[in-house]
Design a protein around this ligand. Structure first.
Ligand code: ADP
Length: 270
């Protein structure tokens, strides 16, 4: 039974949620800062057991921080405020900003993370922190929904005026009725609600961020065999003129795409 509707809070609940998320962000940033300091200090003279415990703490603190920014982004998106500044970026640099954290998440969960991002890809028009969040959410899912010892592959290719990124896992996969609900806010499949921790907001916000860049996100999945999530981001050279005309804001880019983003927006609200 599809109970997606039961997971949609009313507007005033969302206000409270985003207020709470905002308040949590400060202390979590402080915790992550001190964890960094401790990790550096223990790197030389801590026991390997202490270092392993600290790694686990760091992974959890970083995940908490991702959840918080997802919630904040989702509430902004619901109010149609996902206004981004897109700049020329190399995909490898965007990934590098979260690469260590992803490697740590993979190793603490006993998964293999295989990242193959060619250095000679064209540069893209991106908001660094938002797009790194998309990487983090998709990789986090691919790791979570994989089996012990499984491999998650991240790859990218040029595709017309876009760069296409693929996050591939050979994990539990999904039946087609789950796939059709996937990008709805707070949707989680029955199976994952019972077995894996999560909020059901990650893919909703991935879609919001990717579409706010003028790209698209899609999934192919086979139940029991794994999933491939892929998203596109415009090549910088293809949109440079439009960005220059609007002070690098994404608004002109989305307007000139025929307003389809604005039109489709309502469809993704819940
Ligand atoms: P969360 O992972 O916090 O539940 P998401 O919005 O990221 O929230 O994902 C929504 C649901 O989509 C998950 O609960 C899970 O059922 C399914 N899902 C997402 N990614 C995968 C994946 N790589 N393999 C299998 N199922 C997935």
């Amino acid at each position: 039974m599809d109970r997606t509707g039961a997971y949609q809070p009313e507007d005033d609940q969302l206000d409270f949620i985003s207020f709470a998320a905002h308040e949590l962000r400060g202390p979590v940033t402080v915790i992550r800062g001190y964890l960094d300091v401790l990790t550096q200090e223990l790197a030389d003279d801590g026991s390997s057991e202490h270092q392993a415990l600290l790694s686990r703490l760091t992974v959890s603190a970083n995940r908490l921080s991702t959840y918080i920014s997802n919630i904040l982004n989702a509430s902004r998106y619901d109010r149609r405020h996902l206004k981004l500044h897109l700049r020329e970026r190399a995909l490898v640099d965007i990934y590098r900003s979260i690469g260590d954290d992803m490697a740590l998440r993979a190793s603490t969960q006993n998964r293999v993370l295989d990242v193959q991002l060619p250095a000679d890809l064209p540069t893209v028009a991106a908001d660094m922190s938002s797009l790194s969040e998309v990487f983090a959410n998709l990789i986090d899912n691919a790791l979570k929904y994989s089996n012990e010892g499984g491999t998650v592959t991240v790859s990218a290719t040029a595709d017309g005026n876009y760069v296409r990124v693929n996050v591939i896992d050979r994990g539990i996969g999904m039946p087609s009725n789950v796939v059709s609900n996937l990008f709805h806010k707070f949707y989680r499949s029955h199976r994952s609600r019972e077995t894996v921790a999560g909020t059901g907001i990650g893919l909703y916000i991935c879609k919001a961020i990717v579409e706010s860049h003028g790209g698209q996100i899609e999934v192919k999945s086979e139940d029991g065999r794994g999933s491939t999530f892929s998203f596109t981001v415009p090549i910088y050279a293809a949109v440079a003129e439009k960005l220059a005309a609007s002070d690098n804001s994404n608004e002109e880019l989305l307007r000139s795409a025929g307003g389809s983003w604005i039109k489709n927006h309502a469809k993704y609200r819940g």
